[in-house]
Design a protein around this ligand. Structure first.
Ligand SMILES: Nc1ncnc2c1ncn2[C@@H]1O[C@H](COP(=O)(O)OP(=O)(O)O)[C@@H](O)[C@H]1O
Ligand SMILES: Cc1cn([C@H]2C[C@H](O)[C@@H](COP(=O)(O)OP(=O)(O)O)O2)c(=O)[nH]c1=O
Length: 201
């Protein structure tokens, strides 16, 4: 079973993901961008580059995703493991959808749909996606605005894209209020996860 955590920078994904390790000691915990391959290294170089081309960046992230799938996700799912990923394809749909929306030099009518289409032939859809919902201002403040993606204006277009994704796939997403206390957020996530894991048994 594949579970993903999504939300704006600073929504608290990593805090929750770390806390889940104790509750699901046998699960495979992973993340995107990956932090154990040269594809992931290339992505982090691009994040630090304020002038990176948005289309080039989309394909760097997607290359990292393809490698993540074949190297780690697919074998784990074939073994029947529970996989919990801190960010996954929806991050690309929402973030690169927003970057391409404001970029020039391409002829893409609907960037979010385009990024979804790029993934369709090879990616694996999550069984459950927990969306940590927070307003862009709180997100940017918590994230510390250290990179180009962590600005409130950009994050508000990313948030609109997440809303579109939830609207098109309401059964896959569980929305959690990420402005609540860390303890309340963790409990809401753990409840959503436990309900879906027991459904699958
Ligand atoms: N529910 C919460 N309320 C207030 N602050 C939080 C909450 N969850 C996380 N934080 C803080 O916000 C910052 C970003 O959290 P983090 O888990 O790294 O978010 P993300 O992985 O989504 O970027 C950290 O300083 C963290 O301690
Ligand atoms: C996985 C992914 C991340 N990102 C962005 C979101 C983050 O700003 C940045 C790094 O991700 P991450 O390290 O998860 O940041 P955070 O813990 O602050 O949420 O990369 C994309 O734009 N597209 C993607 O496909």
């Amino acid at each position: 079973m594949l579970v993903t955590l999504e939300g704006l920078d600073g929504s608290g994904k990593t805090t929750v993901w770390e806390a889940l390790h104790d509750r699901y000691p046998d699960a495979v915990f992973t993340r995107e961008p990956t932090n154990d391959s040269w594809y992931g290294d290339a992505v982090y170089r691009s994040i630090e580059d304020d002038d990176a081309d948005p289309l080039a960046e989309l394909f760097l992230y997607t290359a990292d995703h393809a490698d993540h799938l074949s190297r780690l996700i697919e074998p784990a799912l074939e073994r029947g493991d529970l996989v919990i990923s801190d960010r996954y394809s929806d991050s690309r749909f929402a973030y690169q959808g927003a970057s391409l929306e404001s970029a020039t030099g391409h002829d893409i009518d609907d960037p979010l749909e385009y990024v979804v289409d790029v993934h369709r032939p090879f990616s694996i859809e999550p069984d459950l996606t927990i969306y940590l919902d927070v307003d862009p201002e709180t997100a940017a403040t918590r994230a510390g605005t250290t990179n180009k993606f962590e600005r409130a204006e950009y994050l508000s277009s990313v948030r609109e894209n997440y809303e579109r994704l939830i609207e098109r796939d309401p059964d896959r997403f569980v929305r959690v209020d990420a402005t609540a206390s860390p303890k309340a957020v963790l409990e809401a996530v753990a409840d959503a996860l436990a309900a879906r894991v027991s459904d699958r048994r």
